[in-house]
Design a protein around this ligand. Structure first.
Ligand code: N01
Length: 527
């Protein structure tokens, strides 16, 4: 059993945890990072399923804190796949000497605040105990896999994997009858690759997604050279970009154009990379229902043009607006349904009955499988933090404080939990994760430096400041495009309070409040 004392304990070696560790080391703190997995990468360590890749442009996702790192690391694809991103995170860890501060295989099971000594005591499953002045949970919003409550899952005798816990060793698909449950971003990425290899693939879909092409491509030598010469320009643009992407708004409204021009514009957008479908579409596409409907009509035409069997296409066309659910970006998803070995089962039409030892039973019968893939999502937003046994002032548990949904300031800290921070947390998220998350990491680091400069060792957000952020979130909610996304409300997890868990006010408001708080010398935060 080990024991240690450091200035800062960080939990999680994902994108934000590594960023926080880098900042902590740069700023001269002693720090230990605890990571439950055996390697760095977070999302990019656990989600090893075939087809897992960015839908943020690689160079807009990577760290921007070092010109040398930018210059030396060469992304090979516009949207890098999981193995490349995992390599990148490990490269960063080693390049900046961070590995010595990380303890792998360290699942946190308890963290207790002691007011008298102003100390957090953090314990791991394997009995390691570490004390610290500050505790940072960088445990991610999509890190606890969710399995729907379909009876019999444990009785299945074949192989079964959740996309968020895909094994490191290769999974043999050839010759196997495979089921994929779920058609969110993970399901629609993994399915086409399985269809290529497996004997058969059955896709179980409840809610269809509006999928559009990712339009990935290798980064050419010419683009590479251009990227290397554009570090400052890209860094500065991303520092203020509304959703953390480089996609420019079109500056046009749908019905200012003729029908022919609109269809030509939609075609351009269809052929644009990733999130340009939202960010560079007509400015009114998301919020004007008529404009949204027309983009959806265009997408429906596309789906029906790709999928040969129109009864399959009927089931693949969503009945919600574009952007109401998080849109996935794909390669070969609709095309896959033209293969003779691929079947689509709509669980709206024929719901699940049970998982049996040999397969999956829906109301239209039993289908037998060798392998089942659960692409069924995560306990979003709060899942990991509420499983860590965090206790603040007077032994108050975070689960109790958040029993009616999370209460946060900037998605980064909360009242009653002094010296505790959670960059990437609920009510902070607003776009390209490393960008707004990086803002949160810097906010935490700057706040700790501020406290150190004043010789203070206790930081807590005042209740009224936390409440003001809650008001800001509530007022902005009607303007979020993702108002229907069940996962973003925790709706998929039975018993979870239904609360919107993103930051609907967006990154500009996040940045503005951060700047104002810092300029106001964090009034009321220091004890
Ligand atoms: O999870 P999801 P995900 N019966 O929750 C279905 C990010 N991401 O892992 O919509 C039947 O979106 C569920 O159906 P429904 C991205 O932020 C990014 O795919 O609830 N079906 C849905 O189809 C994303 O938002 C990338 O009706 C059930 C699916 O399972 C987030 O991760 C790639 C069911 C779950 O979809 C999560 O995406 C992958 C039931 N009882 C992920 N329960 C990039 O491209 C659930 N489902 C970067």
């Amino acid at each position: 059993m080990g024991q240690a004392r450091v200035d800062i304990v960080i939990v999680g070696a994902g994108i934000l945890g590594i960023n926080q560790l880098y900042r902590a080391r740069q700023d001269g703190y002693s720090v230990q990072l605890l990571e439950q997995g055996d390697g760095a990468g977070g999302t990019w360590y656990w989600n090893r399923y075939p087809g897992c890749r960015f839908d943020s442009e690689s160079y807009t996702y990577g760290y921007l804190f070092s010109p040398e790192l930018w210059r030396d690391w060469e992304w090979t694809e516009e949207f890098a796949g999981q193995p490349e991103t995992e390599r990148y995170v490990n490269h960063v860890v080693d390049r900046f000497g961070l590995r010595e501060s990380i303890r792998f295989g360290s699942k946190v099971v308890a963290a207790d605040w002691d007011e008298e000594s102003r100390t957090w005591t953090t314990r791991t499953e394997d009995g390691h105990v570490v004390q610290s002045t500050y505790l940072v949970s960088a445990t991610g919003v999509l890190s606890v896999p969710f399995y729907p409550d379909i009876p019999g899952r444990e009785t299945f005798t074949g192989e079964q994997y959740h996309t968020g816990r895909w094994p490191a060793e290769p999974v043999e698909l050839a010759g196997k009858r495979v089921a994929v449950i779920g058609t969110g971003s993970s399901g629609v990425q993994v399915a086409p690759l399985i269809a290529d290899e497996a004997a058969s693939l059955t896709v179980y879909q409840r809610t269809p997604s509006w999928c559009t092409p990712l339009n990935n491509h290798p980064i050419s030598a010419e683009q590479q050279a251009e990227l290397k010469g554009s570090y400052e320009k890209i860094r500065d643009a991303l520092a203020v970009a509304v959703a953390g992407f480089l996609h420019e708004p079109s500056g046009r409204k749908t019905f200012e154009d003729s029908k022919d021009d609109r269809w030509a514009f939609y075609e351009t957008i269809w052929n644009s990379p990733g999130f340009a479908k939202m960010s560079s579409n007509y400015d009114d596409m998301v919020l004007d229902p008529k404009a949204n409907k027309e983009w959806c009509d265009f997408l429906e035409e596309k789906i029906r043009g790709i999928v040969a069997d129109q009864s399959v296409a009927d089931r693949l066309v969503p009945d919600h607006g574009y952007g109401a659910l998080r849109p996935p970006f794909v390669a070969g998803f609709y095309e896959m349904f033209n293969k003779p070995n691929v079947e689509l089962v709509s669980t709206r039409q024929t719901p699940f009955v049970r998982i049996t030892p040999t397969g999956i039973e829906t109301t239209d019968g039993l289908r037998e499988f060798d392998l089942v893939v659960w692409a069924t999502g995560f306990d979003f937003g709060t899942g990991a933090m509420l499983r860590m046994g965090i206790r603040g002032v007077g032994g108050l548990s975070l689960n109790e404080y958040w029993s009616d949904g999370p209460r946060t300031f900037l998605g980064v800290m909360c009242h009653q939990f002094p010296n505790f921070f959670f960059p990437g947390g609920p009510h902070g998220a607003a776009g390209n994760n490393p960008r707004y998350g990086g803002d949160q990491v810097d906010f935490v680091a700057d706040l700790l430096n501020h406290a150190r400069e004043r010789g203070e060792t206790r930081v807590e957000v005042p209740l009224e400041v936390e409440e003001r952020w809650a008001d800001t979130m509530a007022k902005a909610l009607p303007y979020s495009s993702f108002v229907e996304h069940g996962q973003y409300y925790g709706e998929n997890v039975p018993g979870k309070p239904r609360r919107f868990l993103l930051n609907p006010a967006g990154r500009p408001v996040l940045l503005r409040v951060m700047t104002k708080t810092a300029e106001g010398d964090y009034a009321g935060f220091l004890a």
